[in-house]
Write a protein that binds this ligand. Structure first.
Ligand SMILES: Nc1ncnc2c1ncn2[C@@H]1O[C@H](COP(=O)(O)OP(=O)(O)OP(=O)(O)O)[C@@H](O)[C@H]1O
Length: 261
């Protein structure tokens, strides 16, 4: 269970200032959704959280320790799955398990990989398939299985379902939510980038909206009791619909401001 705090974070690529004074305090076990228009710096922010980029000023602390490099404490799931194409689905998970625990035998890793595939509702036959032999949804299930097999306390997900059709997307949202909710003791802290307001409403305990680059956080909403909205009923709840409208307006205004420049 790791708290994350982001203090006066600034980041630029060459001369382009992308993130300007980002501040955020995130309690361990939160499901954070980051919204914002294209190019505002959401992926850059995740790369900083992952330790793949270094802040130009400010800091990111995980339980009071500064992030200085990538590490197993933070797992990443990307839109393009990030599976090694020359390895089978099972081997992709087994290699991740080896990273986590060098003492696990091959047999133990295979058993664990099969379990992880079943956890994401994939049949055992997927174990020997190469990523190119799998559908987009199956590949993303494998990527999720791999991320959860390392069992990082912090999971960074960058538009993981952006390339999938609506039905597959809904199924994978349910899957991630279930995997996250199953961990009652040491629930992961998830940072999830999305363009989709409904996805954020459905998944998040806290929603942050980034403004246009150089971006700051321009809006935050926390769901008080962490009660998850039901996919079927959320559109009937007036408060949720008000929030949905606010979020769409905030993001849309930002887009209009940018287009007008
Ligand atoms: N490696 C890089 N070098 C230089 N500029 C970059 C690099 N990566 C991203 N950028 C620029 O930084 C800005 C923010 O990009 P980023 O991908 O973080 O935005 P985003 O909000 O995730 O966008 P999208 O929603 O379209 O994925 C963009 O202007 C982008 O062109």
């Amino acid at each position: 269970m790791l708290d994350v705090s982001v203090n006066h974070l600034k980041f630029h690529y060459a001369k382009d200032l992308i993130l300007n004074d980002i501040n955020m305090n995130v309690k361990a076990g939160s499901f954070i959704c980051l919204l914002g228009q294209s190019g505002c710096g959401k992926s850059t922010f995740l790369r900083l959280l992952a330790g793949l980029e270094t802040p130009n000023s400010g800091e990111i602390l995980v339980n009071h320790e500064m992030i200085i490099e990538a590490g197993l404490q933070r797992g990443v799931v990307f839109q393009d799955y990030g599976l090694f194409p020359w390895m089978s689905a099972g081997e992709n998970i087994m290699i991740a398990l080896k990273q986590k625990n060098r003492n696990m035998s091959w047999n133990e890793r295979k058993t664990e990989a099969l379990k992880r595939l079943r956890d994401v509702q994939l049949p055992d036959s997927v174990f020997n398939k190469l990523p190119k032999e799998l559908s987009g949804g199956m590949k993303q299930r494998c990527a999720i299985a791999r991320a959860f097999s390392i069992d990082p306390p912090i999971l960074l997900m960058d538009e993981p379902f952006g390339a999938l059709d609506a039905l597959t997307r809904a199924k994978l949202q349910d899957l991630v939510l279930n995997l996250w909710q199953q961990e009652t003791e040491n629930r992961k802290t998830i940072f999830f980038v999305t363009h989709d307001v409904d996805e954020a409403l459905f998944l998040a305990t806290d929603i942050f909206v980034l403004g246009q680059a150089p971006s700051k956080i321009i809006y935050k909403h926390s769901f008080k009791d962490k009660k998850k909205l039901n996919r079927k009923t959320m559109y009937d709840d007036p408060q949720t619909m008000d929030l949905r409208n606010d979020l769409i307006k905030i993001i849309h205004n930002e887009v209009q401001t940018k287009s007008a420049v």
